[in-house]
Write a protein that binds this ligand. Structure first.
Ligand code: HEM
Length: 509
């Protein structure tokens, strides 16, 4: 049925877009993309065909949206029919047994999952995690000064340690523990597989009927699923064990185990929700932290301005704390601007429609995939004049359309497109926003960051503006830079706080 051209309602038009080839549509063109970044291809189509356009891939209508207004008109305002997900044979069915929260279709099962996610991530809960974020961020900045070359591992350690502690009560010391590596590998593998167009079976679901010996993708998916389930289950079982011996501290898992009735999830669904939180939290948060470093290396004047603000508000005698944030609009603006120019899900996470719809006279058939292309949305010149320039001022000066008062509250990341749209909006946004604000405030307070100098030539090394991983979630490939503590006095303060934090983290259950 999918291969039949969708029946258009009378009096409606088809969205403009590339014609594509017979049968396969534009699938190949997209796969090749431009430089392999499919969000570049989406952006090119948006420029050519308009802020809402469509392409087809093997008969499926895919709608590419390039402005925030249209994304909100559809995904938020018409959320009752724009909130489902594609059941990709590889990513959703074979690899995740239809249990992965991110990919669940809209409906009762998703609502039950959302209830558990919301319970542990809502603003009030997120605020209660701040003490942990302070301790982990002190450790992070301290170790960054000691070993700046390990910045990727250290950002990942921060993000993993936070979410593993919250979800399972697990303590992470070095960031190189097996559990961190395993969960990262698992996530990277999933993201690779879930990238649109990677597997033929996702484009031609009829291949699902192939018997396993003729379908290597089925064996690959099964191997992934077996590893994933045993990883997620093992983490839950260790909480059960600690609860039985009276050693378990507070954690999302413990809360769920003690209140299973209230959430009404099967055991397998429950362990997937918990494992899914870790997967969704860790690489995304670390990606934006790495992008921030890149932006500071490329735009040193903004690091200087950040330090000026921090020196005025916080002073030299203590590290910034969460209570300072209302007085630190530039910290919040810099974080928001990094997320604008370097969105983690650059091409957007697609939603699927569950009914036919008409928008401005254009027909959008049931079962269409809607791609909110963040790369273009964040470069819409109406909303973001001079979109390519890194300009935190656009959040702080009344001359920009994105300015809002009071600056003690704005800018913030509430309902920000970087976290998606409508009913599927990222449930972890409040936790992620807090993490990024405190990381940026503390690293900028403690450290100078600048271009690395090539030892042989004595010349500065300018990292590429955009050399990012080509996947559903993207992050900058590692690049050289120079990071040093701003003064021996600041180092002494940081060292003391980091030692105390590490001791606290070790001793608390
Ligand atoms: C900078 C960090 C993060 C970014 C940029 C980010 C971005 C996103 C985006 C774009 C979506 C899809 C929204 C949509 O479909 O419209 C999403 C979904 C999700 N995020 Fe995040 N996220 C981040 C951090 C986190 C954290 C810290 C957690 C958990 C504590 C989390 C948990 C989830 C979950 C469970 C979903 C699936 C929601 C659903 O499909 O119903 N994320 N995130």
């Amino acid at each position: 049925i999918r291969f039949l051209r969708p029946r258009r309602q009378k009096g409606t038009k088809q969205l403009p877009g590339p014609k594509g080839l017979p049968f396969i549509g534009s699938a190949n063109e997209l796969k090749k993309g431009q430089d392999g970044y499919f969000w570049y291809k989406f952006t090119e189509w948006g420029r050519k065909y308009g802020p809402i356009c469509q392409y087809t891939a093997y008969g499926r209508v895919n709608v590419v949206v390039s402005t925030e207004k249209i994304a909100n008109d559809l995904l938020r305002e018409r959320g009752d029919i724009y909130s489902s997900r594609e059941q990709m044979p590889m990513g959703s069915q074979l690899m995740s047994d239809n249990k992965r929260a991110l990919l669940l279709p809209y409906g009762d099962a998703w609502r039950r999952v959302r209830k558990l996610q919301h319970h542990v991530t809502q603003v009030k809960a997120a605020t209660s995690y701040q003490p942990l974020q302070m301790k982990e961020s002190a450790r992070l900045v301290h170790d960054l000064v000691l070993e700046p070359k390990r910045y990727k591992t250290l950002f990942q350690r921060y993000a993993s340690a936070l979410i593993l502690r919250l979800t399972y009560g697990t303590k992470i010391e070095t960031g190189e523990e097996d559990i961190v590596r395993l969960v990262y590998e698992n996530q990277v593998n999933f993201e690779r597989v879930a990238t649109p167009g990677r597997y033929l079976v996702d484009l031609l679901p009829i291949l699902m009927w192939l018997p396993s010996p003729l379908a290597p993708f089925k064996r690959e998916a099964l191997a992934h699923r077996t590893r994933e389930v045993s990883l997620f289950r093992g983490l839950v079982e260790s909480v059960e064990k600690d609860m039985a011996s009276g050693k378990a501290g507070p954690s999302f898992t413990r809360m769920w185990l003690e209140n299973k009735q209230k959430f009404g999830l099967s055991d397998l669904q429950g362990i997937y929700v918990l494992g899914g939180l870790y997967s969704a939290a860790a690489s995304t948060t670390a990606s934006l932290a790495m992008s921030w470093v890149l932006m500071m290396v490329l735009n040193p004047e903004w690091l200087a301005r950040l330090q000026q603000e921090l020196d005025q508000v916080v002073g030299p005698d203590r590290l910034p704390v969460f209570d300072d944030l209302p007085q630190l609009p530039l910290v919040r603006a810099v974080v928001k601007e990094v997320a604008r120019l370097r969105p983690v899900t650059a091409g957007g996470i697609p939603h699927k429609t569950t009914e036919d719809d008409v928008y401005n006279g254009y027909f959008i058939p049931k079962g269409s995939l809607i791609h909110p292309n963040l790369w273009a949305i964040h470069r819409d010149p109406e909303l973001y004049p001079e979109p390519e320039s890194f300009s935190p001022d656009r959040w702080l000066s009344p001359k920009y359309p994105t300015y809002r008062e009071p600056l003690t509250h704005y800018p913030n990341m509430n309902n920000y497109s970087v976290f998606g749209f409508g009913r599927r909006l990222c449930p972890g946004a409040h936790i992620a926003e807090r993490s990024l604000n405190i990381i940026v405030a503390r690293v900028a307070w403690a450290c100078n960051i600048r271009k690395a100098v090539d030892a042989a030539t004595g010349k500065e090394i300018t990292p590429p503006e955009y050399d990012y991983v080509r996947a559903l979630n993207t992050e900058p490939h590692t690049f050289p830079f120079d990071l040093k503590c701003r003064s021996p006095e600041r180092w002494a303060i940081l060292d003391k706080e980091a030692q105390e934090s590490a001791a606290d983290l070790r001793s608390q259950t």
